[in-house]
Design a protein around this ligand. Structure first.
Ligand code: COA
Length: 270
């Protein structure tokens, strides 16, 4: 049973100084000492360059400047000034709030549910194999290489973040549903992983380097195989963890979707 008020449940509120001095949480109270708002900021081990932030204000107290005050108070607690990052569905009213902070859109990701039956719109590729065909170390290396370049331009990884990135990877994916593209020399050219956490699976990946030859074609074959595998296991729907800026994945969104709902990530300085 939770003792938190209903409006605070399901928000990402970490205990103050949970991991380090960058994890800070504040509660706003009214004159009677009742909690009416909360704000938290933290840094990610993979992306230490910005503060992630979450704010929530009790419905009866909104539009009274409380979130603005919480954010200013969090900003004052920063051990080192960094931009803030936050994201939500594009039509979430909280985007109106961050717009007042001159928030800048840095990324968009599809929010749609994708039907695995759409795989028939994509062509198979002979270089594509199950990810289980390579070692765990090789797969983790390919994943980290892929992740690093696909985030470099908008949300760079920290210098020592590769270990943190792949720490739990092997336990979260299904290597038989996941696909890789392997070149004639045995190098992994593309990686497409299926993350399983009990809900709908999440499919994520790209080519292993930015300038892989025929990258879109390799990714098309990888998505084709993985969606076929999911469909064979009677998984009708999946989510994509992909970005509008992914040069080889984004061209496939139209065939798989089209995308009608986007998650928008913004950056701002409070
Ligand atoms: C988003 C949220 C935190 C804003 O809290 P708040 O205390 O109402 O925000 P403020 O009063 O400081 O708003 C400052 C300005 O932001 C804009 N704004 C805030 N909420 C808005 C909304 N729902 N629609 C349009 N503009 C909004 C307004 O310009 C407002 O100034 P104004 O009231 O003088 O017009 C609150 O609506 C909430 O708890 N939402 C649910 C949780 C959530 O989505 N959190 C994510 C936020 S990072």
């Amino acid at each position: 049973m939770s003792l938190a008020p209903a409006w605070l449940r399901e928000r990402r509120m970490l205990p103050d100084r949970w991991r380090d001095e960058h994890t800070r949480t504040l509660i706003a109270e009214d004159r009677a000492g009742e909690s009416i708002g909360a704000g938290a900021m933290w840094t990610s081990r993979v992306h230490p360059d910005r503060y992630s932030v979450d704010l929530v204000v009790a419905p009866g107290h909104r539009r009274a400047g409380i979130a603005t005050a919480l954010l200013a108070a969090l900003a004052d607690l920063q051990p080192a000034p960094k931009p803030f990052i936050w994201g939500a569905a594009e039509n979430d009213p909280a985007h109106e709030f961050v717009a007042t902070l001159d928030a800048r859109t840095i990324q968009r990701s599809p929010l749609n549910t994708f039907h695995t039956s759409r795989a028939v719109r994509l062509r198979p590729h002979d270089d594509v194999a199950p990810a289980a065909a390579v070692s765990r170390v090789a797969l983790e290396q390919a994943w980290a290489d892929m992740y690093e370049w696909t985030h470099a331009d908008w949300h760079p990884m920290g210098p020592d973040a590769r270990g943190a990135l792949v720490e739990d990877l092997w336990d979260e994916i299904d290597p038989h549903l996941s696909s890789i593209a392997i070149s004639a020399t045995g190098a992994i050219d593309a990686v497409l992983l299926v993350f399983i956490d009990g809900g709908r699976p999440v499919v994520a990946g790209e080519t292993v380097s930015r300038d892989t030859t025929a990258g879109t074609r390799l990714l098309e074959g990888s998505v084709r195989r993985t969606f076929d595998q999911l469909a064979e296991r009677w998984v009708a729907e999946t989510l994509l963890d992909a970005h509008e800026t992914d040069p080889h994945f984004a061209p496939l969104f139209e065939a798989l979707g089209p995308v009608t709902r986007w998650h928008r990530i913004v950056e701002f300085r409070p």
